[in-house]
Design a protein around this ligand. Structure first.
Ligand SMILES: *Cc1c(COP(=O)(O)O)cnc(C)c1O
Length: 392
C-alpha cells in the first residue's frame, strides 16, 4: 500500500547532510507559488485554454506517435525545426510589411538555423553548457528574468549583474561599456524584459553585439514575449545575418498558449546549433513533445488568435493603473509591471484574498500582473481599485 506523502516534513537538515556542491548549500529552487486560486495571473501564461480544434490536432498527432514509442525519437527533430524556421520567417516578414508573406529578397531562416529544447529554460542551459562554465562568466542586467543567475549557478559559471539606468532603461553606450569592462563569455539580454515589460530597440542589441564580439562573447536575446511586442518594435531576428555569435531565443510557452508542452527554440548561425549538439542529452526532445509542438505550430493561426485580445487587456491594465494613481511601465509583453504601492506585500495579499494571484518579484513598491481574459483582468482591476481606495 502506498502511504500518502507527508507534506509538512522539514528535510532541510537532511539536505544539508548530503555531500552537496558548496555553491548549492542553503540555496532555494526556482518556484513561483503554484496556488490553487480562481484567477492566476502570476507566471505570464496565456490564460485562455487551448482551443478544441488544436486539442484534436495534438491528440491525433500524439496518438500517431504513440505506436512508435518503442523507438527513440528523431534526434534531429527535423520536421519541427523546419516548421519553426517557417514560422520565424513569417514573423520577420510581418515586421517588414505587416503580413506573414515573405519575399525572396528577405533573409530566410532554414532548419539549420534552429535549435529546440524542453522550454527555453533548457535552451539557455545548453547555451551556458557550451559557451560558459567553470572559469567563465555570464552578464545580464537585473531586474531581469530571475532564472539567469540560476542557469549560471547550475553550469558553474560566474554570474555578473550589470546595472540599468533610471526607470530600468538600458542605453546602448552603457550596455557596451559594461560588456567591455567585464568581458563576459555570454551576455543575456531579455527583450521584452521580464519583469519590466520593456523591449530593447535594435541599436541596443547592435551595440551589445559589437562590444561582445571584441571579446568573442556570445550574445543571447531572450524574446520569450516577442509576439506581444508593440507595432514598430522589431525582433532581433533581423540582426542575425552576418552575426555569427548572436542567438535569438523564443518559446511556445507564452503566445502559443503551450507552457505545458515545454518547447523552447532559438535561431542562430548553423554552427551555434552544432555547438549545442555537443552538450544536449541524447534524444532530449521526446516523440510526444515533437508531435505536440509540431501539431500546435501547424495550427498556429488558431492557437495565437488570442494574442491581440491579450495585448488589448495589457493596454487596458496600463490605462486603469494610471487612473488609480499607480505607476505602470509601458509594456511590449503580456504583463504589466507597476509601482506606486506603499507596501506591495499587503497589496499582493489583498488580491490573493479576492482570489487573484499575481507576482511579487521582490522589488519594493512594485508588482507584476499578467494580462488575462477580459473577465480575469476586470477581477484584478476591481480588487486593486478597492485596495487603493482603502489604503488612502
Ligand atoms: C516565461 C519565460 C521564458 C519561458 O521559459 P520556457 O522554459 O520556455 O517555458 C523564458 N524567458 C523568460 C524571460 C520568461 O519570462
Amino acid at each position: 500500500m502506498v502511504t500518502p506523502e507527508k507534506k509538512s516534513v522539514d528535510r532541510s537538515a537532511l539536505l544539508q547532510s548530503l555531500p552537496l556542491r558548496e555553491e548549492l548549500r542553503g540555496q532555494t529552487p526556482y518556484g513561483a507559488p503554484q496556488l490553487d486560486v480562481p484567477i492566476m495571473l502570476n507566471v505570464n501564461e496565456t490564460t485562455y485554454p487551448v482551443p478544441d480544434s488544436v486539442v484534436d490536432a495534438v491528440t491525433a498527432a500524439v496518438r500517431e506517435a504513440a505506436s512508435g514509442l518503442n523507438r527513440y525519437p528523431d534526434r534531429e527533430f527535423t520536421d519541427l525545426r523546419e516548421e519553426l524556421a517557417q514560422y520565424l520567417n513569417e514573423d520577420i516578414a510581418r515586421d517588414l510589411h505587416g503580413d506573414a508573406e515573405s519575399s525572396t529578397a528577405e533573409p530566410q531562416l532554414t532548419a539549420e538555423n534552429i535549435w529546440a529544447a524542453n522550454g527555453s529554460n533548457e535552451i539557455m542551459q545548453h547555451i551556458l553548457q557550451a559557451f560558459a562554465g567553470p572559469g567563465r562568466s555570464v552578464l545580464s542586467f537585473p531586474p531581469t528574468y530571475s532564472m539567469y543567475p540560476l542557469y549560471a549557478r547550475g553550469t558553474m559559471s560566474e554570474y555578473i549583474a550589470g546595472a540599468r539606468g533610471a526607470d530600468y532603461v538600458l542605453e546602448p553606450e552603457a550596455v557596451a561599456a559594461q560588456i567591455r569592462e567585464h568581458r563576459p563569455d555570454v551576455v543575456l539580454l531579455c527583450s521584452p524584459n521580464n519583469p519590466t515589460g520593456t523591449a530593447l530597440s535594435l541599436d541596443v542589441v547592435e551595440a551589445a553585439y559589437e562590444a561582445a564580439a571584441e571579446g568573442s562573447a556570445i550574445l543571447v536575446v531572450d524574446e520569450a514575449y516577442g509576439e506581444f511586442r508593440q507595432a514598430g518594435t522589431p525582433s532581433a531576428l533581423h540582426l542575425l545575418p552576418g552575426r555569427q555569435r548572436l542567438i535569438v531565443s523564443r518559446t511556445m510557452s507564452k503566445a502559443f498558449a503551450l507552457a505545458g508542452g515545454r518547447l523552447g527554440y532559438l535561431a542562430a548561425a548553423p554552427e551555434i546549433a552544432d555547438a549545442l549538439r555537443l552538450v544536449r542529452l541524447p534524444y532530449h526532445l521526446s516523440a510526444v513533445t515533437q508531435a505536440t509542438s509540431l501539431a500546435a505550430l501547424r495550427h498556429r493561426e488558431k492557437l495565437m488568435e488570442n494574442v491581440e485580445r491579450i495585448k488589448a487587456q495589457r493596454d487596458r491594465i496600463v490605462q486603469d493603473l494610471i487612473s488609480m494613481g499607480l505607476e505602470p511601465v509601458s509594456s511590449d509583453a503580456n504583463f504589466v509591471f507597476f509601482g506606486g504601492l506603499d507596501d506591495q506585500h499587503t497589496a499582493w495579499q489583498h488580491l490573493l484574498d479576492d482570489g487573484v494571484l499575481i507576482r511579487d518579484v521582490g522589488i519594493p513598491g512594485h508588482l507584476r500582473v499578467s494580462a488575462g481574459t477580459q473577465e480575469e483582468t476586470s477581477a484584478f482591476l476591481d480588487s486593486l481599485r478597492r485596495y487603493v481606495a482603502e489604503a488612502r
